[in-house]
Design a protein around this ligand. Sequence first.
Ligand SMILES: Cc1cc2nc3c(=O)[nH]c(=O)nc-3n(C[C@H](O)[C@H](O)[C@H](O)COP(=O)(O)OP(=O)(O)OC[C@H]3O[C@@H](n4cnc5c(N)ncnc54)[C@H](O)[C@@H]3O)c2cc1C
Length: 423
Amino acid sequence: MSRSVVVVGGGLAGLVAARHLAEGGADVTVYEQRETVGGRVRSRRRKGCLLDVGFQVLLTGYPAVRRELDLEALDLRSFKPGAVIARPGQRSVLSDPLRDPTAAVDSLTNSEVTMTDKLRTLALRQDLSTREFSRLLERPDASIRAWLREWGFSERYLSNFVAPFYGGITLDRSLSTSKRVFEYTFKALSEGGTAVPAEGMGAIARQLADRATAAGATIETGEAVTELTPKRRHAVVDTDTDRRAVEAVVVATPPRVAARLTGVEAIPTEAVGCVTQHYRLPGGPPLDTGKRILLNAGDTAPNTIVPISEVAPEYAPGDDLLLNATFLGEAAFDTPGDALAETTRETLDAWYPERNFDDLERLGTDRIEFAQFAQPPGVHDSLPDVRDGGRRTYLAGEYTEWSSIQGAMKSGRKAAEAVLEDV
Ligand SMILES: Cc1cc2nc3c(=O)[nH]c(=O)nc-3n(C[C@H](O)[C@H](O)[C@H](O)COP(=O)(O)OP(=O)(O)OC[C@H]3O[C@@H](n4cnc5c(N)ncnc54)[C@H](O)[C@@H]3O)c2cc1C
């Protein structure tokens, strides 16, 4: 008789777990409370445009991404390495001369960052290329700011480039996040591409769901799990409409829900969030960033502006330009959508004095309170293991690794392997 397993949550971790469990011969049901799978990685259509939840990208250098996804089938649209550092009346490209020779001259002559800092970046790149991804979360920890200062990087480099760029990745412009997150993402950015699927980030979750169902898993959407009752020989799973006894449960919800369902205190529940707005500029024309994001070096709001349809033309119809802007910090959550949109328009007007942004049309505002769990230095040392859920209960989710697509997928696979080994 095959082993019965319920996976709670159809985000990336839950979908990866379901696939490996089903491939291992288990009888798997995924309960996902929303009508669609993907959790924090979803997309929707608005006025012919494709809007992801917030601004997210796929780093193809992540080991779990290479292992779990058919990247070719995702039809990826790639960003160019680096970014455009913007301030009123001034825009300059800072790229990786080793990966983007066409921008080498611009990068080497970019006056936002000193030559010494550019050379240190190459040394850091070399240092990380000799280390394995699997060991990075075990290294001694410090804040990104303290660690880069220790490496000798200047305050100017930190504020002009690192704060908006890595602050955009960690959703923490103060750079107080664990440097392990910096190391992992820096290495992945150096060794792989940065991309979005032509059909939006949600296509990643759809592919994982298709792979799970092809392996034999059942995915029930619109069905929330309300309670878990582990017993010695089985676990009872209550949903909105049903009750089942199964041999094992994999809890792949966001961390706060996982903490509530399991009572495991080691699950991190503190959050970092962001507010992302999506805009259409009818008829374009392009912003001349050459498929790069714009970093706000002159101010903090918005932190970044991304001409996403220049990277993936499928995101907007015809010649329209689709942009998104991300605001970090608490204040953005209390600011009305029209005021945020006005800030973006004023910022674009200042960065591009030669252009007019009066036609900028706001398509949506994502206020994401729990985008990632907070990752201060040392946090990864106390995260729970996939086996720490208690009797018959396993944990899967970024919160057992680190907050990222990589962390979620790796955790899903590890949880499935643990269940198949134990049950
Ligand atoms: C705005 C934003 C930007 C980000 N940028 C990046 C990036 O660029 N690169 C990167 O690698 N990572 C990024 N991340 C982080 C990454 O998206 C997450 O770490 C990852 O998707 C988490 O996956 P998960 O499966 O662990 O959890 P989730 O995606 O949260 O999935 C949990 C699932 O459980 C479901 N659920 C909740 N409660 C119940 C219940 N009671 N019953 C049934 N189902 C339930 C939820 O609906 C959800 O589908 C970003 C996240 C956000 C939000």
